[in-house]
Ligand binder design. Structure first.
Ligand code: ZN
Length: 129
């Protein structure tokens, strides 16, 4: 898995309709759910899960089964099989692991050609490593 050091948060997050619906929910856990939503984006980016959040991750994002249910009710998370969720639209806003790996490979290739010459880079990458 390829991890991201940073993730993107929509600058209009606070006024997004799904967020507004969540923070106006009657459930007293709504603020915890909202915070865990943001933490989950960071957690997923850091672990390269492309928006998948497993039940075991809930304590690490300050969430619970109740906050997870609230996020699903308001369309911010989608159920993703048994005991896991998908952050809605994660791939639209974050760099996926495939793109991250592609960019790292392109950077390694450029460095290899620069320092070792055009003959060094092959199907398995740099022939000197
Ligand atoms: Zn090389």
């Amino acid at each position: 898995m390829t991890s991201l050091l940073w993730v993107r948060i929509d600058s209009d997050l606070a006024s997004h309709d799904k967020i507004l619906n969540l923070v106006h929910d009657a459930n007293p856990r709504r603020w915890q759910a909202a915070f865990s939503y943001v933490c989950a984006i960071g957690w997923s980016g850091g672990r390269g899960t492309d928006g998948k959040v497993s039940a075991y991750a809930l304590p690490y994002i300050h969430g619970t089964s109740t906050t997870a249910r609230l996020l699903v009710e308001h369309g911010l998370w989608e159920p993703n099989g048994r005991g896991s969720w998908q952050i809605h639209n994660f791939a639209d806003r974050q760099q996926t692991t495939a793109v991250t790996e592609q960019r790292r490979t392109e950077a390694a290739r450029a460095a290899c050609i620069r320092w070792h010459g055009p003959e060094c880079w092959g199907p398995k990458g740099c022939s000197r490593t």
